[in-house]
Design a protein around this ligand. Structure first.
Ligand SMILES: NC(=O)c1ccc[n+]([C@@H]2O[C@H](COP(=O)([O-])OP(=O)(O)OC[C@H]3O[C@@H](n4cnc5c(N)ncnc54)[C@H](O)[C@@H]3O)[C@@H](O)[C@H]2O)c1
Length: 435
């Protein structure tokens, strides 16, 4: 047994490390589906600018995302989309046309399309000043301090104090630009602007249930084990397969699970990250059902089929993550396990039908929890709007779960995984060449 003075300092250290790894959370019973939510009352218009007229903003067959739909349900007739910014003017005009043919016409009938934010600002009348700017442009155009790729800085300059919603990942430039993302983050926090980043899995009821049990039982996370297996047959965007364009599947896609891992495990000791990969040119990396012509992508930019990483959290806990480009069909196979003394939380299929298995002290059996009608995309937008509107009835009800700074750290982790795996490939090739 440690002497009392040692135990006291251990306890302080433990509390500090717990505080460092604590993340904001929401009571899961407050995460209500869209059809049970009431429109925010009020007669004033709520002006919004959308940046990007693509799938995340207006939906597609690829998945349940569609921010405009959630804004419409949250704000009802108050929603006024004052501008849609997209260099693909025709695409923007086409989505607006479709909206104007439906019962949500009032939100879009006066929406103007511009190629750039600057063009909008030049042509804007004071009544069109937005209360929120929602950014769903490709990540290569944001998260830096460089002109044309600095939308966050532009927004803050043109509309000081306006709330922002930024899609994940916060950037996909070269790893050398990571510092710029942190500069953008500092500028956002210095400005005091409300900013939420689109790591919507944090808003899953299942995720908040895990958080609740950890908090109520004062648990310390010992390990996170995450697996993200993509159904590659369904991915037909050539850019996704090109590391030079998308930054690779861990940075672009696995980011959701790296983020969830951090949400539970806390800060990562970045220097501890190690990783291995199975590359496209290795025998085991051959894929038989690719929908794209990979020969058109430069060999050095083709993506790995498997990337597997481990790391230490600053708390001492251990994290691991495996991303696979291996499955066919349509649905992904994704699981996250979180361990604490006596507890195992296993989240299965968070994208489609989340199931949470919980094993607790005193039992060898898994409880099974299902969450029908859960809509994390709605919950993230709903919480953002409530924070903007500063609803004070219950100070705990509205919370942003993913800040820009937190998202920068997730971006940093995903780059550390990619870099470590590439170094491991190089070391392996050097060993083979020397043998
Ligand atoms: N959270 C999720 O589950 C989820 C799901 C889908 C997409 N996303 C993210 O949303 C972002 C956009 O993805 P998407 O699927 O909508 O892509 P998309 O290609 O369907 O749409 C992107 C749109 O942005 C436009 N654009 C290009 N450059 C622009 C610029 N400088 N300013 C404004 N618009 C510009 C394009 O013309 C296009 O219309 C990505 O970061 C992606 O990772 C997140």
């Amino acid at each position: 047994m440690a002497p009392p003075s040692r135990r006291a300092s251990d306890n302080v250290a433990r509390r500090l490390s717990e505080a460092a790894s604590r993340r904001p959370s929401i009571d899961p019973s407050r995460l209500i589906p869209m059809d049970k939510a009431v429109h925010l009352q009020g007669s004033d218009d709520f002006n919004v600018v959308f940046v990007g007229a693509g799938n995340i903003m207006f939906g597609s067959d690829e998945g349940p995302w569609n921010h405009s739909f959630r804004f419409e349900h949250k704000l009802g007739p108050r929603l006024k989309v004052v501008a849609l910014i997209d260099p693909a003017i025709d695409r923007a005009a086409a989505v607006l046309q479709k909206k104007c043919e439906t019962f949500v016409r009032s939100a879009y009938e006066n929406t103007r399309v511009f190629r750039t934010l600057e063009d909008f600002v030049k042509n804007m009348s004071p009544k069109d000043r937005p209360r929120a700017v929602v950014v769903g442009s490709p990540p290569m155009f944001r998260g830096t301090t460089q002109p044309g790729r600095d939308i966050e800085l532009q927004i803050m300059k043109c509309f000081p104090g306006v709330a922002m919603f930024i899609e994940k990942p916060i950037a996909t430039g070269p790893v050398g630009e990571l510092e710029e993302a942190f500069k953008v983050s500092k500028a956002i926090s210095d400005s005091g602007a409300i900013c939420s980043v689109g790591y919507m899995l944090r808003y899953l009821k299942a995720v908040q249930k895990i958080k609740q049990i950890i908090e109520e039982n004062n648990l310390t996370v010992m390990a996170t084990i995450a697996r993200y297996a993509t159904a590659y047959e369904a991915i037909a965007k050539p850019d996704w397969w090109d590391k030079a364009k998308s930054a690779g599947p861990v940075v672009e896609q696995g980011t959701h699970f790296c983020d969830l891992s951090r949400y539970f495990g806390g800060e990562v000791d970045i220097a501890s990250v190690s990783a291995h990969s199975l590359e496209w040119h290795e025998n085991a990396g051959h894929l038989s059902k690719q929908q794209i012509d990979e020969s058109k992508i430069a060999p050095e930019n083709r993506i790995p089929r498997v990337t597997s990483a481990t790391w230490k959290y600053e708390s001492g806990a251990v994290g691991s993550f495996t991303h696979l480009v291996a499955l066919q069909g349509h649905n992904y196979s994704c699981e996250l396990e979180v361990y604490a003394d006596g507890y195992q939380f296993k989240l299965v299929d968070p994208y489609v039908q989340p199931i949470l298995y919980i094993r607790r002290p005193g039992s060898d059996l898994d409880e099974q929890h299902r969450f029908p009608d859960d809509d994390p995309f709605f919950s993230e937008i709903s919480n953002l709007i409530d924070v903007i509107e500063d609803i004070e009835e219950d100070p705990e009800s509205a919370t942003i779960l993913s800040s820009f700074d937190d998202a920068c750290k997730t971006y940093q982790l995903t780059w550390a995984i990619r870099t470590a795996s590439e170094q491991s490939v190089k070391a392996c090739m050097d060993r083979k060449a020397a043998a």
